[in-house]
Design a protein around this ligand. Structure first.
Ligand SMILES: Nc1ncnc2c1ncn2[C@@H]1O[C@H](COP(=O)(O)OP(=O)(O)OP(=O)(O)O)[C@@H](O)[C@H]1O
Length: 585
């Protein structure tokens, strides 16, 4: 699915309001930058008056001391202009860095609250690209391009006013030329922006491709798919380059057209001006000052035309960022605070109706009660809906109809944080982060002491292998725990859940077979974890179903049988088949 169909579209006005909102807290820096901007532009403009004075009174008037005074004035003006430029440049770059840092923080916060269903519809590489390259563009645009555009705009307006004061007739010529110069901006700037945005989308495609193939590098290499991956990647790179070429084409055209138009206008004005000097209507100093301003104004227009493409690129990048920020948090937080549950709660699923978006109903009028402290094993064929029940309990998706209660509280009313604080989940693929063993286990409870972590690891029968690692608990585990065996990863995940010490346990047993010793260790770790908790296990192990208080057989979203292992082996054909084929022991 294309990511743009998942995201809310935004318009330019929203983008500007959003950027304005981000600049608002830094109004002093913005004000400082604007003052510096006016000061620097004012100083450069004053230089023109110095030129006129020097020519009319110094050279032509033949007064060397006037020339000295003029040179001193010019030096002072240059120093003021340089200092002001330093301040403007510093403040604008600071603002660029600051607001892109703020946007990154805001975006990350937002992403962390979007439900897994959102991420199932958008590619991670796409999100990462928006996160890194779009914020970097914004940083450059606010810090550099916008600063240059503003400076040029102020200089242009100032130059125009001073030109008017020097020679109204020549200024009229300039004013007639301005709309001609603006035509290419109006026509070409939207094209630059469209291709800039498209270009970013294509770069994001590349990011998504790299993310996927490197993430699954073992599969890529095992299937000798390097060549085809590289070919697909080359095609995408070519597409990105193709779009970038259009963007560059329109940008270059814009710059070139503006340059030729503004230089022709200056030439025309110089010609009219020279004739006026011959006729004695204006002095040579006035014409020099006028031309100085005209060149300043022309230079400003040229700068604006160069950076306008960049600014358009910034608007495109902002649009892409804002789209991510505008994606609504689809799981609405409840309002009820859950008091600390003294013991394992009962779970009631009442007349549940649920379908994944754009999919047929999976659960229809499904009801299930799990008593406080009960250990229930879910078994059933692939696609029966076992994992979906976990997702619903954690409110990654909301039920369409019916209700789920935890300790008597409807989970929809509970604050999400409080609900999830009651539940520890151990997923089928044990999640291990690229940090130390200690921090991996501590993920279960942020404020746990080192001693608590070690105690949890001991209860999970993980302490022995952890101590044998090169740096014990401080050993860095590779990305996704590649440096550990499957059984070791499982025990780390179990230790994390033990440390979290939550009254409800959702356990998705790993299907992969472990050797007898690892299996025994993991089984012992699980028994230690389940003690005193309401537990639902998606069971793939014989030991688990044998020790469960109740086994629920699920088939296509329905309970087809329930009871103890021995009982079901006698009475239920589906279960017997499942047990014989699937339960690993
Ligand atoms: N995000 C999703 N969007 C749409 N349909 C989904 C989604 N996740 C699962 N399904 C569908 O819902 C049904 C139940 O899936 P579920 O993962 O709950 O089954 P399961 O019993 O846990 O299977 P397994 O044992 O293979 O993990 C399947 O038909 C699956 O295709």
């Amino acid at each position: 699915m294309s990511s743009t169909t998942v995201l809310t579209q935004v318009n330019t006005r929203e983008v500007l309001r959003w950027l304005g909102g981000h600049l608002a807290p830094y109004r002093w820096q913005v004000a400082g930058a604007i003052v510096a901007l006016f000061l620097a532009s004012g100083a450069w403009l004053a230089l023109g008056q110095g030129v006129k004075y020097a020519i009319d009174n110094g050279f032509i008037g033949d007064h060397p001391q006037v020339l000295n005074q003029a040179a001193l004035a010019v030096l002072i003006i240059c120093i003021i202009a340089s200092l002001a430029t330093y301040c403007r440049f510093y403040l604008m770059t600071w603002l660029g860095e600051r607001i892109s840092a703020d946007i990154r923080m805001q975006l990350y916060q937002h992403l962390l609250h979007l439900s897994p269903s959102f991420f199932s519809k958008i590619r991670t590489g796409e999100v990462i690209s928006r996160f890194t390259s779009d914020t970097a563009i914004l940083q450059t645009v606010v810090g550099m391009s916008l600063s240059m555009a503003l400076r040029s705009l102020v200089t242009f307006i100032g130059a125009l006013i001073l030109m008017g004061a020097t020679s109204p007739l020549l200024t009229l010529c300039v004013l007639l030329a301005v709309p001609v110069v603006l035509i290419p901006i109006r026509v070409l700037a939207p094209k630059v922006r469209r291709y800039a945005r498209l270009s970013q989308d294509k770069i994001a495609d590349l990011g998504a491709h790299i993310d996927q193939s490197l993430h699954e590098i073992a599969t890529v290499q095992a299937f000798n798919a390097q060549t085809s991956e590289a070919r697909q990647f080359d095609n995408r790179v070519d597409e990105a380059f193709g779009v970038a070429r259009w963007r560059i084409h329109y940008r270059s055209l814009l710059i070139g057209l503006i340059m030729v138009l503004s230089l022709s206008a200056i030439l025309l004005i110089a010609w009219v001006g020279a004739r006026q000097v011959f006729a004695g209507d204006i002095s040579a100093g006035e014409l020099s000052a006028f031309l100085f301003y005209a060149i300043l104004a022309g230079g400003s227009v040229a700068t604006i035309s160069e950076v306008i493409g960049e600014v358009q690129r910034g608007v495109g990048a902002s649009e892409r960022l804002l789209e991510l920020l505008a994606s609504p948090v689809d799981i609405v937080d409840g309002t009820t605070t859950l008091p600390h549950l003294p013991s394992a709660p009962a779970i009631h699923i009442k007349q549940l109706q649920f379908a994944y978006p754009d999919s047929p109903a999976l659960f229809n009028n499904f009801s299930l009660t799990i008593d406080a402290g009960e250990k229930v094993a879910l078994v059933g064929a692939s696609g029966a809906g076992k994992t979906t029940l976990f997702q619903l309990l954690l409110r990654f998706y909301d039920v369409n109809e019916g209700d789920i209660t935890l300790g008597g509280y409807s989970i929809k009313q509970l604050k999400l944080h409080d609900l999830r604080n009651q539940i520890a989940m151990v997923s089928q693929e044990s999640v291990v982060f690229a940090t130390t063993v200690m921090e991996n286990i501590r993920y279960g409870r942020e404020d746990a002491s080192d001693e608590d972590v070690v105690a949890a690891a001991k209860n999970a029968f993980a302490d022995e292998f952890i101590e044998a690692l090169e740096d014990g608990y401080h050993t860095q585990l590779g990305e996704r725990g590649v440096r550990l065996s499957g059984g070791q990863r499982q025990r780390i995940a179990i230790a994390r859940a033990i440390l979290a010490d939550r009254p409800v346990l959702l356990l998705d047993e790993a299907t992969s077979a472990l050797d007898a010793r690892s299996e025994k260790m993991v089984q012992q770790a699980l028994s230690s974890l389940m003690r005193g908790r309401t537990t639902i296990v998606i069971a793939h192990r014989l030991a688990t179903v044998q020790h469960a208080d109740r086994i629920i057989v699920l088939d296509q979203g329905k309970i087809t049988a329930q009871g103890k292992h021995v009982q079901l082996m006698k009475s239920d054909t589906l279960y017997r088949e499942y047990a014989e084929l699937q339960l690993l022991s």
